[in-house]
Write a protein that binds this ligand. Structure first.
Ligand SMILES: [Zn+2]
Length: 335
């Protein structure tokens, strides 16, 4: 069963002051996500990006660790301890430390501090560091699911304020509950509908369809990476697995995901993009394998401009300027 991909191109016309007021036209490409139908507009030059090779100098900002609750000598006094069912006060794998989120977004919501260092630039996260952090998050997901019904979950990251992080110190945030976010709900519903109709996962069909195409980026172990047809955000790269159960913290796929994240981060660093969000979706059910979404956010400096404006905040509409078929090729060189 082929994957349906809807795209429309329209033109916005005007007399351009930059071209002596001659008539000009800008192409607006509208695409729909083949699974959820969510729309993205691909329009030129909307995403603020540093000149090639010019990394913003944020050293003064990121070196100031005054009052950081996640630094090693403070973390045990300043962060909460888990409720009894988790079985430990705080979690720990390698350098990573986990504890409940003092500002939770769901019934079960934790924080995993990834590093002892106060700041790590996007290009310097190692596979080991990320794998330990993910393992720490997965321990928590297991503890919650052993305790009660909580069918949807995600392990997420904001790096730097332009990606929504109020704390510079690198950390993950896990959310597990029975509600899910809007995106999770749409996705899980459509994944189930696809699975019911076709007897296999949407993601297996998607990979089969994309593997030889111009959006396929590469693989890290058992995770295959592509640039989605209808990106959620800038330079969106997606890792797809066939892992249905929540993996054990020491499962090989955890390291495969971490290796992919490290590679994507290295790619973003090459574009001078120092901020990102990612989510690892860990939802229950045979229709919903583990999927990872990573997007670049505006490079953080002292005058960054957010890439979330009325389109995203009120209209729930996605807007990007990077074209998947173009950056997939570029990203592929890093895999
Ligand atoms: Zn710190």
């Amino acid at each position: 069963m082929p994957i349906e991909r809807e795209r429309t191109v329209e033109e916005a016309r005007f007399y351009n002051p930059l071209e002596d007021f001659t008539q000009d036209a800008v192409e607006i490409e509208i695409r729909e996500d083949p699974l959820t139908g969510e729309q993205v507009r691909i329009v030129p030059d909307v995403f603020p990006r540093p000149e090639d090779g010019e990394r913003p100098d944020i050293s003064a900002f990121v070196e100031d660790d005054e009052g950081c609750f996640f630094c090693p000598d403070v973390v045990e006094e300043a962060t909460p301890e888990y409720p009894d069912f988790v079985g430990v006060d705080r979690g720990s794998v390698g350098e990573a430390t986990s504890f409940p989120n003092l500002f939770p977004y769901g019934k079960h919501s934790n924080v995993v501090v990834l590093t002892e260092d106060h700041f790590t630039p996007v290009g310097e996260f190692t596979t080991d560091l990320l794998a330990d952090g993910l393992a720490c998050a997965l321990e928590y997901v297991h503890a919650v699911r052993d305790h009660e019904e909580a069918s949807v979950g995600s392990i997420n990251m904001n790096l730097l304020p332009s990606a929504g992080s109020s704390v510079v110190h690198p950390h993950l945030q896990t959310i597990v509950d029975d509600h899910g976010t809007n995106e999770t709900r749409r996705r899980v519903d459509e994944e189930r509908a696809y699975h019911d109709e076709h007897g296999r996962t949407y993601w297996a069909a998607l990979l089969e369809d994309e593997r030889d195409g111009d959006r396929y980026v590469g693989s890290t172990g058992d995770v295959e990476w592509l640039a989605p047809f209808a990106p959620i955000g800038q330079w969106h790269l997606r890792g797809v697995t066939d892992v249905i159960e929540v993996p054990e913290p020491d499962d090989d796929v955890v390291e495969d995901i971490a290796a992919g994240l490290e590679t994507v981060f290295t790619y973003y660093d090459s574009l001078s993009l120092n901020a990102q969000n990612f989510s690892v979706h860990v939802n229950e059910g045979a229709a919903s394998p583990l999927v990872v979404d990573v997007v670049a956010r505006p490079a953080f400096d002292d005058q960054y401009v957010t890439d979330a404006f009325f389109m995203q905040t009120i209209h729930d509409e996605r807007v990007v300027d990077a074209i998947p078929e173009e950056y997939a090729l570029e990203a592929g060189e890093f895999f």
